[in-house]
Design a protein. Structure first.
Ligand code: MN
Length: 349
């Protein structure tokens, strides 16, 4: 369950903390930061890391996030499990001596750590980025389905018990991140999942997965279905303005389930940015790299093999911009952009 790698990385963190304590009696405060608009994996990983810093090292640690917790399920997760977290807008960063990033890395454009700040610790399962090489403590494992699984192993390595609420968070993080193991073969996560599942609170899990959805969710869903387009095996939907950016990946996931389609693209505008999500059923694809090419130098993006997200600054003509992005993706996938056509859902009577 606890790999040698985890023991090694935990020991490195432990000796870092020991050394810092020897240097000054005040070890300083830690800020653990999720990526912006945090998903269940980022929330669970951050929450578990704060727990580790508190209980294993008696450190003062705070969980922070950028953007907003938008998706109804994620809001319910925070509420039902009592996850304490603070928007970075309400934090004075000068109060913290150490920063840790979970499920994200420095300068990826999807977290709110100031670009000039080098974090002390990065734990992630996305491919390593260049700026991460300056970080003293790095644990990146792309073979893990969820970052939260890596952090959970640290807790076990520290000899700490994982309480029911944390086990519930971990189970939900693994489920949602891997789509119940349908996506990205979650190898090392499986054993941990099996051990944690009996400890998870099923009633709360059910409440999170079936969280009440606001009316604007259904309004956006209708827009998504009205604006469906396709070329070959690619399905596309442009949402226009959205109430919260998390709806973009959520719709991209849904579109990928359309029979006969192996790629999906969803776009939507929020706060002067056009957000994009790409999904594919091909585990050997490189959606993350594709996304980075798509957003170019003006935007930011990244991801794994089958899922990717990013954003570009919104132009005045958002519709034209969304169309251009879809055409570029089609071209990159060797599909003819001029053959993108609407999908009309009205079935013949
Ligand atoms: Mn993740």
């Amino acid at each position: 369950m606890i790999s040698d790698l985890t023991r090694e990385r935990f020991a490195a963190l432990e000796s870092f903390v020991d050394k810092a304590r020897k240097k000054s009696r005040d070890p300083g405060r830690w800020l653990v930061l999720t990526h912006d608009n945090p998903d269940p994996d980022s929330l669970a990983a951050g929450w578990l890391l704060v727990r580790l810093l508190h209980h294993a090292f008696k450190l003062d640690a705070t969980l922070g996030y950028g953007g907003l917790v938008g998706r109804a399920e994620n809001r319910e997760m925070v509420r039902a499990l009592g996850i304490e977290l603070t928007s970075i807008r309400n934090l004075d960063l000068s109060r913290f001596r150490h920063f840790a990033l979970v499920d994200t890395q420095p300068r990826t454009g999807n977290n709110s750590l100031p670009e000039a700040t080098v974090p002390t610790l990065v734990i992630d399962h996305h491919p390593q980025r260049r700026a991460t090489s300056q970080v003293p403590l790095v644990d990146i494992r792309v073979d893990y389905g969820a970052t939260a699984s890596i952090v959970a192993e640290y807790l076990l390595a520290a000899g700490l018990k994982i309480p029911h609420s944390a086990a519930t968070a971990l189970v939900y993080a693994i489920r949602s991140e891997t789509q119940d193991f349908a996506r990205e073969s979650a190898g090392p996560d499986k054993a941990l999942y099996d051990e944690m599942l009996p400890r998870a609170n099923k009633r709360l899990l059910g409440r999170i997965q079936n969280a009440p959805l606001p009316l604007d969710y259904f309004a956006t869903l209708r827009r998504a279905l009205e604006s469906l387009q396709t070329v070959d095996t690619l399905v596309i939907s442009h949402l226009g303005d959205v109430e919260q950016p998390d709806i973009v990946p959520e719709i991209a996931d849904l579109l990928l389930r359309l029979e006969g389609k192996t790629w999906s693209l969803c776009t939507g505008r929020f706060a002067e940015r056009v957000f994009l999500s790409i999904r594919t059923t091909n585990p050997r694809a490189e959606a993350g790299q594709l996304m980075r090419r798509l957003v170019g130098r003006r935007g930011k993006g990244g991801g794994h093999s089958m899922i990717a997200g990013g954003w570009v600054p919104a132009k005045t003509d958002v519709e034209g911009q969304q169309r251009a992005l879809a055409e570029r993706l089609a071209k990159a996938l060797r599909k003819k952009p001029e053959k993108i056509v609407p999908i009309i859902l009205d079935a013949e009577e």
